[in-house]
Design a protein. Structure first.
Length: 101
C-alpha cells in the first residue's frame, strides 16, 4: 500500500448514506456534536495528508504523483465544504437570534 493508501482507500460518504445516518440518529444535540466532531477530525486528517503530499512533492520523494494530487484535491474540497457548513450554521444561529418569541 502506498503512503497515500489511506486517502485512496477512503470511502466517501454519499448524501444518501448521510440521510440514512440522520434517520437512524435519535434526537439530541449530542449526536449532532459527535457528527460535527467526526467531520472536523476527517477534514483535519485530509489536511495533514495534503501537507505531507506537498512536502513529498517538494523534496522529490513522491512515488505516485496522481495519488498526491488526489490527496491535495480532497483536502481542498473538504475544507471548502466545511467552510460552507460553518457559514450556513452561523447564518441559522443569527436567524434564530432574530426570531421573536
Amino acid at each position: 500500500m502506498s503512503e497515500f493508501g489511506k486517502v485512496s482507500g477512503l470511502s466517501g460518504t454519499s448524501t444518501a448514506e448521510l440521510l440514512k445516518q440522520k434517520s437512524k440518529v435519535e434526537g439530541g444535540g449530542g449526536a449532532f456534536a459527535e457528527q460535527l466532531k467526526s467531520a472536523l477530525n476527517e477534514v483535519n486528517d485530509l489536511q495533514e495528508n495534503s501537507e505531507k503530499a506537498i512536502g513529498d512533492m517538494a523534496t522529490g520523494q513522491v512515488k505516485d504523483l496522481h495519488q498526491a494530487a488526489l490527496a491535495i484535491n480532497k483536502a481542498e474540497v473538504s475544507m471548502k465544504l466545511m467552510l460552507e457548513i460553518r457559514n450556513k450554521a452561523l447564518s441559522a444561529y443569527k436567524e434564530l437570534g432574530r426570531t421573536q418569541l
